[in-house]
Design a protein around this ligand. Sequence first.
Ligand SMILES: [Zn+2]
Length: 387
Amino acid sequence: MHPILKPALRRGWHDLNTVQFGMTPAHAVVLNPVDTATGTFMTLLDGTRGVPLLRDEARRMGLPDGHVDALLDRLAHAGLLDDATGGGPPAEALRRRSQVMDRLRPDHAALSVATSEPAEAVRKLAARHSMRVQVRGAGRVGAVVASVLGAAGVGHVDVRDGGCVEPWDVAPGGQPVEAIGERRDVSARRVVRAVAPARPPRPDRRRTEPHPAWPEGGEPPLSLVVVAPRDGLAVHSPDPVHVEDLMAAGIPHLYAGVAEATGVVGPLVLPGGTGCAHCLLLARTDRDPTWPRLLAQWRSGRAARQIQACDLGLATAVAGLAAAHALAFLDGELPSSTGARWEASAPGLDWHARPVRPHRECACGAGERGNGQETSVEEGPHDTMAG
Ligand SMILES: [Zn+2]
């Protein structure tokens, strides 16, 4: 281990014995008391020295035996310590590829702030490289989500969509102007490849043993599907039929899109664990018996073939937020879209979350876990107005 005080957290001294790491309330830590000699010694924790060398240095500075180990324990316990050499073989491989690592340095720094164990950040970053995510939809939201995931180090980003790129699909970070007229999925995959810091890992054909985690065919299993429909109705009222395969296979999926100038991120559905698209439909029908009638009209109406109301700023925000939630999930966390929809409507753009509760009558089984499927008071009247 080569201990390093997380460089991403700015340091500031309140007084001679109190040091604060980090600025933001979410991640800042105050350490007290820190004596002057320890404060000086901490400048040596820059990742260039192993623990034995640090013990030698401490002895030279007149610090008592055991001081270094106690300090490292204390710093690690406070989540302030990283390890410049740890994380296992995938992390070592990533560090060796300095051009790839240079592309991802801010992402690594962000992970180091959001994680607590030494080398946890680089381990999670390296793990993204072997993950596979599918993005369904390659319009203003989906194509940007795909390119952000690819650029953030997700090794396999598979984009699915039909039809060809229309002029209004073009978005910064997403479908480029040159792709107008080209197949949406082909173009979006090319965009992902162009921004990815590394090529996707290829299955090693020389290997006699199959990869333990990969099924026949050499592709890793899907860790997540992002459902990013170009059609606003499919965002507002996601059709459970479209994700039947994901529900049956137990594949987590995250919804994202824009419907009539309202941006939606979520829910992240963990099949059988959190509220799904069918749970959402059942709850809406409970609250409003005319919901299915409205839905049938929306699905058959002419609006489906018209240009969608989807402003580029909101679409980009939705894509970025959805990608951030997806990355948090891939990194092993449960983001706040788990079982909830984040929504923001132009022009106020006030993001707020609405729960998508498991419904006891839904075949997904999430409602059987006693997660509470009653409509809450604050949710009921609002939803009657806005759907
Ligand atoms: Zn359900």
